[in-house]
Design a protein around this ligand. Structure first.
Ligand code: NAD
Length: 458
């Protein structure tokens, strides 16, 4: 399988891809290796993940360069991701012992009766991952999954396979047996081959279209299926904000990583009283973004990772313009360079008649819609099939919390956006997926409870 640098079009590696037979052999090996891994004291698994963390720290610059070469992510952003990985690992290391500890829920000495809940690993789980934040979305699964005693069959995205290899090498080097963390390389067909094997869980991050296929394929298996999918995340900007600050913050929320984030701001609704001023400030910020060589420290926007997304963005822009939208800046690909470069694009005069306000753009494209006030904003925010995050920018906290309470999304942001915390559950609603990673919920999702009814002999 060839790895292509999206910034140059050059082939930078040729990897041996898996096939159905090798996938089967790896899952069988995982099945053999998992019981011994689960039988080791938790403290040993904690120590191994601590070593993995140390390796990430030691290799940080080298790992950032690999990620930048294969995804086109600007180098400063690649380092940000790796630096952000460390507190995520710390959260799991700090909380796994308490979260997985047996819980005595009844101790009835008079009748010699005790009730206890213990947490057991699921067994062999598949981790099918995306490319946009390969360290974040991968580690949300393999770190707690391994700590909880599972074998994790890891399939990185075909657009982040070298990063996947680096992750596997570090985990093996830290002491995770290869059978407990088999690496599977390849595209969608290899992911599908993984689903044909007997696995006890599938933890997937990617698009709704693939997530749906996975849910359908796994339906009869009764294995745990967790899906972290896309979004069309809305933000409402009320009239009482500092417009320049809100505009700068939301421009970053929409265009960071070229808009290729599951929780990128994808729709903005602005109160009519400040609409014109907001658009002006927003466009000014966007036009100040530096696009260029992703290995350059000052670059904010690199190429799109997947060239195929150019067509999706062009179609959304064409549809919007046809229905009356105005292109304030950008509007299409930047042709001069090899690779898929797309000018950051801001559309105004948008309405919910347009695809750009419904379908995930997953690229450097945003629609800004005029609204009369809170009620209209709330109703438009909820007019979506997705439900990952939603935000409100206002000086008035009770106003924000009341609106956010009524928004159907797994994450609520007041005066912030595009933010993930290891302490909080990350969970989508509707077409944004099912289940939670991160937080204590994101540890327990890799276990199954056992209920103990213990009666002392009379
Ligand atoms: P994708 O769905 O194209 O691919 C994801 C993974 O699934 C890849 O590893 C791919 O090889 C594999 N795959 C493809 N077809 C398969 C099949 N039939 N069976 C099994 N596996 C298969 O998604 P992508 O382009 O890698 O990622 C972008 C999407 O991910 C966006 O929609 C984004 O919003 C979403 N995402 C969500 C989150 C979240 O936390 N909710 C985080 C990151 C990305």
């Amino acid at each position: 399988m060839q790895v292509i640098n999206p910034a140059t079009g050059a082939v930078i590696a040729d990897l041996a891809a898996d096939d159905a037979a090798s996938v089967e052999a790896k899952v069988d090996a995982a099945r053999d290796a998992q019981p011994a891994w689960a039988a080791r004291p938790l403290a040993e698994r904690v120590e191994i993940i601590r070593k993995f963390r140390a390796m990430v720290t030691y290799r940080l610059d080298d790992l950032a360069a690999i990620m930048t070469a294969e995804t086109g992510k600007p180098i400063a952003l690649s380092r940000n991701e790796l630096n952000g990985l460390l507190p995520r690992i710390d959260f799991f290391l700090d909380n796994v012992v308490d979260t997985l500890a047996p819980e005595v829920v009844l101790l009835d000495d008079d009748n010699g009766m005790e009730e206890v809940i213990t947490q057991e690993p699921l067994g062999v789980v598949a981790n099918i991952s995306a490319w946009n934040y390969p360290y974040f979305v991968g580690s949300n699964v393999f770190v707690p999954g391994l700590l909880a005693g599972n074998a994790v069959v890891y399939k990185p995205s075909e657009f982040a396979s070298m990063t996947g290899q680096a992750i596997a090498e570090m985990l093996w080097g830290a002491g995770v047996p290869e059978g407990v963390f088999p690496l599977v390389i390849g595209g969608g067909e290899v992911g599908a081959a993984l689903l044909d094997q007997r696995v006890d869980g599938v933890f997937f991050t990617g698009s709704y279209a693939t997530g749906r296929r996975i849910a359908e394929a796994m339906g009869g298996s009764m294995a745990r299926v967790q899906l972290e999918l896309g979004g069309k995340d809305p933000v409402y900007v009320a009239e009482d904000v500092d417009v320049a600050i809100a505009a700068a913050s939301l421009a970053d929320g929409a265009f960071y990583n070229n808009g290729q984030s599951c929780c990128s701001v994808e729709r903005i609704y602005v109160h009519g009283d400040i609409y014109d001023e907001f658009v002006e400030q927003f466009v000014k910020t966007v036009e100040g973004f530096t696009m260029g060589d992703p290995t350059d420290e000052s670059t904010y926007l690199g190429p799109l990772t997947r060239a195929a997304q150019v067509e999706v963005l062009q179609a959304q822009i064409a549809n919007a313009v046809e229905c009356g939208a105005v292109v304030q800046t950008g509007g299409g690909p930047v042709d001069e360079r090899p690779g898929a470069w797309f000018a950051p694009t801001v559309l105004t005069n948008v309405t919910h008649e347009m695809d750009v306000m419904y379908d995930e753009s997953f690229g450097p494209l945003i629609g800004i819609q005029w609204v009369a006030g809170d009620d209209e904003a709330l109703s438009l925010m909820n007019e979506t099939r997705y439900g990952l995050t939603a935000g409100v920018f206002t000086a008035d906290e009770p106003r924000a919390t009341e609106l956010l309470r009524r928004v159907n999304a797994g994450t609520a942001y007041w005066n912030c956006c595009d933010r993930v915390s290891p302490r909080l559950p990350w969970s989508g609603r509707g077409h944004s997926g099912m289940g939670s990673t991160l937080s204590r919920a994101g540890i327990l999702t890799f276990t199954q409870p056992k209920a103990w009814h213990l009666r002392q002999p009379s």
